[in-house]
Write a new protein. Sequence first.
Length: 265
Amino acid sequence: MAVTEVPAKPVGTARQGLGQTSRRDAWWVAPGVQATVFTICATYLFVSGILWTPIFGTAYEVDGYLSPLFSPLITPDWLPSWISPGLLILWIPLGFRATCYYYRKAYYRFYFADPPGCAVGEPKVHRWYRMETALPFILQNVHRYFLYLAFIPLFFLWVDAAIGLRDHEGHLRFGLGGALLFVNAALLTGYSLSCHSLRHLLGGRLDCFSCTARARARHTAWRAATWFNVKHMEWAWASLISVTATDLYIRLLALGVIGDPAIRL
């Protein structure tokens, strides 16, 4: 019986061995900072979205402000009190970010050292890594489908931001919480529109951008997506921080730790 050998990962031009490199710059600073920010935000969002309310009973909605981790808010009668409503929606943004092309590059570097940086050696054990052709990493290829789903909660984030313009008594107000909701929705929109899969969806698999009216329309859309895509990394980090900051603000507001400065009409 023939035995299929696992193909070895191609050897690059970097020196072999973890951290081996000819680079003289502080290449480890960027992945170190990114790992710190990502770990803090991801840990907080997991605790807030999944554990905080069931364990401590902390509200995720206050005075017309709804945490982005629970939007759209789904609270069926059959949902036990020990399960967070966030579980019913968070799997979409989680799947979208976890499979994101940029985030894959980032956390492959700072969590798996694969590689730690450009032209920097990685652990020798990685030579048997089959990349994204086998489980579990082959599941990264579902990213495009999470992109389609991501526009569902994104729509409701804009709706929630608009609702946040009025307090619980129905009075118009321009508060810091409302500003955070709008900024967060805008940054998440930029992150979604800058997605590589969306750019490919709009302009990929075309041999000619000017041959037909439809192709020219797709070219226009592709150029718009490219404008966002150039700053995809910045959109990714800014939106991650904004989601964390917005949820934390609403949680502290619900706990009475802070107030919401606002102009009320």
